[in-house]
Design a protein around this ligand. Structure first.
Ligand SMILES: [Zn+2]
Length: 204
């Protein structure tokens, strides 16, 4: 969401996102004009949400692992294929008038998420929301030390460095409430270094 807002502010445009993976033939679901969840390709794909521990379906609207069945594919069909993605359905009607449940924004891969005490989750998705939504932090890098339960975050300020450090520390503390030890520092982060998906070092 925060990355989306950043793109919209930078390019003065409306950004629509979609969910999909190689196994869905990429486009699994896409946002409508309301941009409140993904309308799925229901004729081709049956998506379920299950408890990753037990494999049992969760209650409507609860978070779990997305499980995929292809309905019309003759080559390489998938039956209750565990995607490894974490998501949930929105069961209330969409403002566009569609009544079918739609997929809420996917919260990342199961292996990229750490469950902490107090039901808190640590993932890149969570950190994006916490750190980038204010606009004071331009970018960040994060690493997690399991042994010490220490989250180290280096932030690059959009403007004043002190302000960015304060804001980062404040929002992380408000969310984690002591579920991890925190270390926040300032650093220049080049967008040209590194490749592939953004991730927390030390997780997965
Ligand atoms: Zn809609």
């Amino acid at each position: 969401m925060s990355v989306k807002r950043f793109l919209e502010n930078t390019w003065k445009c409306t950004v629509f996102t979609h969910w999909g993976m190689t196994e869905t033939g990429y486009g699994g679901g896409v946002q409508c004009g309301a941009r409140e969840g993904y309308h799925m390709r229901d004729l081709d794909l049956l998506l379920e949400v299950v408890d990753p521990e037990t494999g049992e379906p969760v209650l409507d609207g609860e978070l779990g692992e997305l499980v995929l069945t292809t309905l019309r594919r003759t080559g390489m069909p998938l039956i209750r294929y565990r995607t490894g993605d974490l998501g949930r359905f929105i069961v209330s009607p969409c403002p566009c008038g569609t009544l079918k449940p739609r997929l809420a924004e996917v919260e990342g891969r199961l292996t990229d998420v750490i469950s902490l005490s107090g039901g808190k989750r640590l993932s890149m998705h969570v950190l994006d929301e916490l750190l980038l939504s204010s606009g004071i932090v331009r970018d960040f890098a994060a690493s997690y030390d399991r042994g010490r339960n220490l989250l180290s975050v280096a932030v690059m300020a959009a403007g004043g460095e002190e302000e960015a450090l304060e804001e980062a520390e404040r929002s992380l503390n408000v969310y984690f409430e002591g579920a991890v030890l925190l270390e926040v520092s300032a650093r220049e982060i080049s967008p040209y270094i590194g490749s592939g998906k953004r991730k927390i070092d030390g997780i997965s």
